[in-house]
Write a protein that binds this ligand. Structure first.
Ligand SMILES: *[C@@H]1O[C@H](CO)[C@@H](O)[C@H](O)[C@H]1NC(C)=O
Ligand SMILES: *[C@@H]1O[C@H](CO)[C@@H](O)[C@H](O)[C@H]1NC(C)=O
Length: 498
């Protein structure tokens, strides 16, 4: 995956990379040439087209037009990355920021697990915002072309937020059609040779949106702030402009030759209606990932909005966002009709990264819980197991022992190839929740459903999490796993009894 993205990268991104090397003698020359090109592009676009449409031309052939400031509607785009839990927490931050900044949120797709990675905030080693955005853009387009596109809002239910107008949304595919002036539907029609120039157009359009051509008055503001430089706050007036408590230490500064100062900034003052960014039709962020580290939030520190009732309420609402009904119904049905008895859920992360060396401690909590249950509950104890260890590899492990002891235990698993998983995935694709939301939010037609996913999305994890939230004998998760945290949250919100 990563290599195909690298090949897609435009020459502008290579320029960027090279121009950050301060020892490079050619830098002034490159800067001069690139500013001449940018000025030339700017002048030609001003003279050739109306102010609301800006064109990037090549050999005097306009490649694409972007639509700006036509309807007065303003949009927020961002670049999600890493695994699903990470993407979900970024999605929540995006909802929050789009409400604070009063912008229509461009709904992202679910990206494949770690298809795009950010890097490490504490180590000040992260992708530059432009580069991150462009990778994510290209990946999104790749998902559309391969008919694997599934929106975050097809999985996570935000209809309650949209119906009370807490946020406005637009599907990424519709946004691309509008903003790039091309029909994204054509990307996945059978006769793609008719539209040979489309991929190039989209690449140019994405490069622009990512910020490679800089900001464009009243059209685009591509934020260059990231977790190395900025902690976003809201309505904490005494903190605005103050240095954050977490800074790069001297050793790191020397090693990486950086002089970052991480500043706390009020996001509404910096990017809201009365700022330079405020007049831009599209505001694009890079990563909206945040996590606490050494007592400080890495990028977004908005826990409350004491003077803004609307935002305060939204913060409470987004703490937990449920899966869409199609997933919840299927998960509950599995618990009721397949397991058919009170059961324990265990979530065992055994193979990935840091987890592969901790089998013993991972199994220990489960053993203790089972010893208790065996004493006081009727046998066999029913257990739903979600684990990354394939069934064929259970032999010889504690799981293998349990599976053999059928007098005491009855084990259940859900697998990707199970019919119920495929059926639920089909229902999801057919429901097209994301497009419906947009209709609700914008009162406009959804797009033709030609580009619907043909390959079914991988929804096993969401169904497993739902089943675990129905486990009435309890839940044992893997310490430090985000999946475990999200199951605990679902259980706290009694998702199964709703
Ligand atoms: C928010 O944006 C909408 C749509 O662009 C606009 O009608 C409304 O007046 C804005 N609200 C505020 C408080 O600025
Ligand atoms: C699982 O079993 C397969 C087939 O026996 C084997 O090739 C593979 O290495 C095993 N994986 C683990 C993690 O034990």
């Amino acid at each position: 995956m990563d290599s195909s993205i690298a090949n897609n990268r435009s020459t502008t991104s290579k320029w960027r990379k090279r121009s950050t090397n301060l020892q490079n003698y050619t830098m002034p020359l490159i800067l001069l040439i690139s500013s001449i090109i940018i000025v030339a592009l700017f002048i030609s676009s001003k003279t050739l087209f109306t102010p609301s449409i800006l064109s990037i031309s090549q050999n005097s052939q306009p490649i694409f037009h972007i639509q700006c400031a036509d309807s007065g509607e303003k949009f927020l785009w961002y670049a999600p990355h890493s695994g699903f839990s990470n993407q979900l927490s970024e999605f929540k931050n995006a909802i929050l920021l789009s409400a604070i900044l009063n912008r229509t949120l461009i709904l992202p797709p679910v990206l494949d697990h770690h298809a795009v990675a950010l890097g490490s905030c504490p180590k000040f080693r992260v992708l530059d915002p432009n580069e991150l955005r462009f990778r994510v853009w290209n990946y999104n387009i790749h998902l559309i072309r391969n008919r694997r596109y599934i929106s975050m809002a097809d999985i996570i239910d935000i209809s309650s937020l949209v119906s009370i107008s807490a946020i406005r949304v637009i599907d990424f595919r519709n946004f691309v059609s509008m903003w790039c002036g091309v029909s994204v539907d054509l990307l996945c029609t059978s006769d793609s040779s008719l539209h040979a120039s489309l991929p190039e157009k989209l690449k140019q359009c994405g490069s622009l949106l990512s910020g490679y051509e800089g900001n464009i008055d009243s059209c685009l503001y591509a934020s260059q702030d990231d977790c190395r430089s900025t902690v976003w706050t809201y309505q904490k007036d005494d903190e605005d402009g103050v240095l954050d408590s977490f800074q790069a230490d001297d050793e790191l500064k020397k090693k990486r030759k950086i002089s970052y100062a991480r500043t706390r900034k009020d996001v509404h003052k910096a990017l809201g209606p009365s700022s330079a960014a405020g007049s831009a039709t599209v505001l694009s962020f890079g990563s909206l990932f945040t996590a606490s580290y050494k007592g400080s939030e890495s990028h977004i520190d908005i826990q409350e909005a004491p003077r803004d009732q609307r935002i305060q309420l939204l913060i409470q609402k987004i703490e937990f966002l449920p899966f869409v009904p199609e997933i919840l119904i299927a998960g509950k049905k599995f618990a009721l009709q397949t397991i058919k008895a009170p059961f324990l859920c265990v979530q065992l992360r055994l193979l990935d990264g840091q987890f592969k060396n901790h089998w013993e401690s991972t199994f220990l909590g489960m053993k203790q819980k089972l010893d208790l249950l065996k004493e006081k509950d009727p046998l066999p104890v029913h257990i739903f197991v979600m684990t990354d260890l394939p069934l064929v590899n259970w032999t010889g492990s504690y799981l293998g022992d349990l599976a053999k002891d059928s007098d005491s235990f009855r084990l259940f698993v859900l697998r990707e190839e199970d019919e119920v998983v495929a059926q639920t995935a089909k229902k999801l694709v057919h429901a097209g929740n994301s497009m419906k939301l947009q209709f609700l939010s914008r009162n406009s037609d959804g797009m033709e459903q030609q580009c619907n996913a043909l390959l079914l999305p991988d929804i096993l994890l969401y169904m497993e999490e739902t089943i675990c939230s129905c486990a009435s004998l309890g839940f044992v998760g893997t310490a430090g796993s985000t999946v475990s945290e999200s199951i605990e949250l679902m259980r706290k919100n009694s998702i199964c009894s709703r």
